[in-house]
Design a binder for this molecule. Structure first.
Ligand SMILES: [Cu+2]
Length: 188
Protein backbone atom coordinates (compact mmCIF):
# COMPACT_ATOMS: atom_id res chain seq x y z
CA UNK A 1 0.00 0.00 0.00
CA UNK A 2 1.19 3.47 -0.82
CA UNK A 3 0.00 5.77 1.88
CA UNK A 4 0.68 9.50 1.58
CA UNK A 5 3.10 9.21 4.50
CA UNK A 6 5.02 6.44 2.76
CA UNK A 7 5.14 8.45 -0.46
CA UNK A 8 6.38 11.50 1.45
CA UNK A 9 9.04 9.40 3.18
CA UNK A 10 10.11 7.96 -0.16
CA UNK A 11 10.27 11.44 -1.68
CA UNK A 12 12.36 12.66 1.24
CA UNK A 13 14.69 9.69 0.92
CA UNK A 14 15.05 10.23 -2.82
CA UNK A 15 15.73 13.93 -2.30
CA UNK A 16 18.39 13.12 0.29
CA UNK A 17 19.89 10.59 -2.10
CA UNK A 18 19.98 13.13 -4.92
CA UNK A 19 21.39 15.89 -2.76
CA UNK A 20 24.00 13.63 -1.13
CA UNK A 21 26.46 13.65 -4.07
CA UNK A 22 26.71 17.43 -3.69
CA UNK A 23 29.02 16.96 -0.70
CA UNK A 24 31.44 14.30 -1.98
CA UNK A 25 31.59 16.10 -5.34
CA UNK A 26 34.78 17.73 -4.12
CA UNK A 27 36.32 14.26 -3.92
CA UNK A 28 35.48 13.48 -7.52
CA UNK A 29 38.12 13.05 -10.12
CA UNK A 30 38.95 16.16 -12.11
CA UNK A 31 41.21 17.18 -14.93
CA UNK A 32 44.35 18.69 -13.48
CA UNK A 33 46.38 19.51 -16.55
CA UNK A 34 46.51 18.65 -20.21
CA UNK A 35 48.86 18.63 -23.17
CA UNK A 36 47.89 20.36 -25.40
CA UNK A 37 46.65 22.75 -22.74
CA UNK A 38 43.05 24.00 -22.82
CA UNK A 39 42.68 26.96 -25.20
CA UNK A 40 46.26 26.49 -26.37
CA UNK A 41 47.20 27.83 -29.76
CA UNK A 42 49.82 25.53 -31.22
CA UNK A 43 52.20 26.36 -34.02
CA UNK A 44 52.91 22.64 -34.46
CA UNK A 45 50.25 19.93 -34.60
CA UNK A 46 50.38 17.61 -31.58
CA UNK A 47 50.93 13.89 -32.10
CA UNK A 48 49.59 12.93 -28.67
CA UNK A 49 47.02 14.21 -26.18
CA UNK A 50 47.80 13.68 -22.50
CA UNK A 51 45.30 14.36 -19.75
CA UNK A 52 46.41 14.35 -16.14
CA UNK A 53 43.78 13.92 -13.44
CA UNK A 54 43.65 14.29 -9.68
CA UNK A 55 42.90 10.63 -9.10
CA UNK A 56 44.25 7.43 -10.58
CA UNK A 57 42.53 6.35 -13.76
CA UNK A 58 40.92 3.02 -14.47
CA UNK A 59 42.07 2.01 -17.97
CA UNK A 60 38.77 0.22 -18.55
CA UNK A 61 36.78 3.39 -17.94
CA UNK A 62 38.95 6.03 -19.52
CA UNK A 63 37.77 7.57 -22.76
CA UNK A 64 39.52 10.35 -24.63
CA UNK A 65 38.02 11.54 -27.89
CA UNK A 66 39.48 14.10 -30.25
CA UNK A 67 37.23 15.82 -32.77
CA UNK A 68 37.68 18.60 -35.28
CA UNK A 69 35.77 21.85 -35.75
CA UNK A 70 33.08 19.98 -37.70
CA UNK A 71 32.66 17.56 -34.79
CA UNK A 72 34.16 14.78 -36.84
CA UNK A 73 36.08 12.28 -34.76
CA UNK A 74 39.81 12.35 -35.36
CA UNK A 75 41.38 8.86 -35.29
CA UNK A 76 43.36 8.29 -32.09
CA UNK A 77 44.81 5.28 -30.33
CA UNK A 78 43.17 3.77 -27.27
CA UNK A 79 44.09 5.63 -24.07
CA UNK A 80 47.31 4.49 -22.44
CA UNK A 81 46.83 4.95 -18.72
CA UNK A 82 49.74 5.61 -16.38
CA UNK A 83 48.59 6.37 -12.86
CA UNK A 84 46.67 9.63 -13.05
CA UNK A 85 47.49 10.29 -16.70
CA UNK A 86 45.86 9.09 -19.89
CA UNK A 87 47.46 9.52 -23.29
CA UNK A 88 46.17 8.92 -26.78
CA UNK A 89 48.22 9.09 -29.94
CA UNK A 90 46.88 11.18 -32.77
CA UNK A 91 46.90 8.88 -35.76
CA UNK A 92 46.90 11.48 -38.50
CA UNK A 93 48.58 14.86 -38.97
CA UNK A 94 46.22 17.57 -37.75
CA UNK A 95 45.40 20.32 -40.20
CA UNK A 96 45.13 23.88 -38.93
CA UNK A 97 41.90 24.50 -37.09
CA UNK A 98 40.08 24.13 -33.79
CA UNK A 99 39.92 20.78 -32.04
CA UNK A 100 37.98 19.49 -29.08
CA UNK A 101 39.29 17.00 -26.56
CA UNK A 102 36.47 15.23 -24.75
CA UNK A 103 37.08 12.86 -21.88
CA UNK A 104 35.18 10.58 -19.58
CA UNK A 105 36.84 8.99 -16.58
CA UNK A 106 35.70 7.41 -13.34
CA UNK A 107 36.24 8.82 -9.86
CA UNK A 108 37.60 6.77 -6.98
CA UNK A 109 34.00 6.42 -5.72
CA UNK A 110 32.87 5.08 -9.09
CA UNK A 111 31.08 8.20 -10.29
CA UNK A 112 31.89 9.20 -13.87
CA UNK A 113 33.35 12.58 -14.64
CA UNK A 114 33.35 14.05 -18.10
CA UNK A 115 34.39 17.26 -19.73
CA UNK A 116 35.98 18.79 -22.76
CA UNK A 117 38.22 21.59 -23.85
CA UNK A 118 39.51 23.10 -27.04
CA UNK A 119 42.82 23.85 -28.58
CA UNK A 120 43.77 25.33 -31.91
CA UNK A 121 46.40 24.28 -34.39
CA UNK A 122 47.79 27.24 -36.30
CA UNK A 123 50.94 26.02 -37.96
CA UNK A 124 52.44 28.83 -40.05
CA UNK A 125 54.13 26.20 -42.24
CA UNK A 126 50.92 24.22 -42.82
CA UNK A 127 49.74 23.94 -46.45
CA UNK A 128 46.48 25.77 -45.73
CA UNK A 129 48.14 28.68 -43.94
CA UNK A 130 50.90 29.03 -46.53
CA UNK A 131 48.43 29.68 -49.37
CA UNK A 132 48.90 33.44 -49.33
CA UNK A 133 50.22 36.28 -47.18
CA UNK A 134 46.74 37.78 -46.70
CA UNK A 135 45.30 34.44 -45.61
CA UNK A 136 48.07 34.01 -43.07
CA UNK A 137 47.26 37.40 -41.56
CA UNK A 138 43.50 37.14 -41.13
CA UNK A 139 42.77 33.71 -39.57
CA UNK A 140 44.51 34.25 -36.22
CA UNK A 141 42.44 37.33 -35.38
CA UNK A 142 39.19 35.80 -36.62
CA UNK A 143 39.82 32.57 -34.75
CA UNK A 144 40.66 34.33 -31.51
CA UNK A 145 37.43 36.32 -31.49
CA UNK A 146 34.99 33.73 -32.80
CA UNK A 147 36.22 30.19 -32.18
CA UNK A 148 38.00 29.09 -29.01
CA UNK A 149 36.98 32.00 -26.78
CA UNK A 150 33.22 31.58 -27.20
CA UNK A 151 33.54 27.81 -26.97
CA UNK A 152 35.46 27.98 -23.70
CA UNK A 153 32.27 28.69 -21.80
CA UNK A 154 30.40 25.67 -23.04
CA UNK A 155 33.37 23.35 -22.66
CA UNK A 156 33.06 23.16 -18.87
CA UNK A 157 29.63 21.62 -18.96
CA UNK A 158 30.28 19.47 -15.87
CA UNK A 159 29.69 21.88 -12.97
CA UNK A 160 26.78 23.84 -14.56
CA UNK A 161 24.84 20.63 -15.24
CA UNK A 162 25.33 19.57 -11.62
CA UNK A 163 24.16 22.98 -10.47
CA UNK A 164 21.11 22.86 -12.72
CA UNK A 165 20.30 19.35 -11.49
CA UNK A 166 20.75 20.47 -7.88
CA UNK A 167 18.56 23.49 -8.51
CA UNK A 168 15.88 21.31 -10.11
CA UNK A 169 15.89 18.99 -7.10
CA UNK A 170 15.53 21.93 -4.72
CA UNK A 171 12.77 23.41 -6.89
CA UNK A 172 10.95 20.05 -6.92
CA UNK A 173 11.28 19.72 -3.15
CA UNK A 174 9.94 23.24 -2.65
CA UNK A 175 7.08 22.62 -5.09
CA UNK A 176 6.26 19.35 -3.33
CA UNK A 177 6.24 20.99 0.06
CA UNK A 178 4.03 23.81 -1.23
CA UNK A 179 1.62 21.33 -2.82
CA UNK A 180 1.23 19.27 0.35
CA UNK A 181 0.78 22.48 2.36
CA UNK A 182 -2.02 23.56 -0.02
CA UNK A 183 -3.64 20.13 0.21
CA UNK A 184 -3.58 20.28 4.00
CA UNK A 185 -5.11 23.76 3.98
CA UNK A 186 -7.87 22.68 1.63
CA UNK A 187 -8.54 19.60 3.77
CA UNK A 188 -8.87 21.65 6.96
CU1 LIG B 1 30.78 10.43 -6.35
Amino acid sequence: MRTPAAVAALAAALTALLLAPATPAAAHNALQSATPAPDARLTAAPTTVTLRFLQRLNPEFTTIVLSDADRRKVPTGTPAVDGTAGTVSVDQPLADGAYTVAYRVVSADGHPVQGSYRFTVADPAAPTGAAGPTDAGTPPGADASAGPVSAAGESDDGPPVALVAGGAVVALAVAGAAASLLRRRRAS
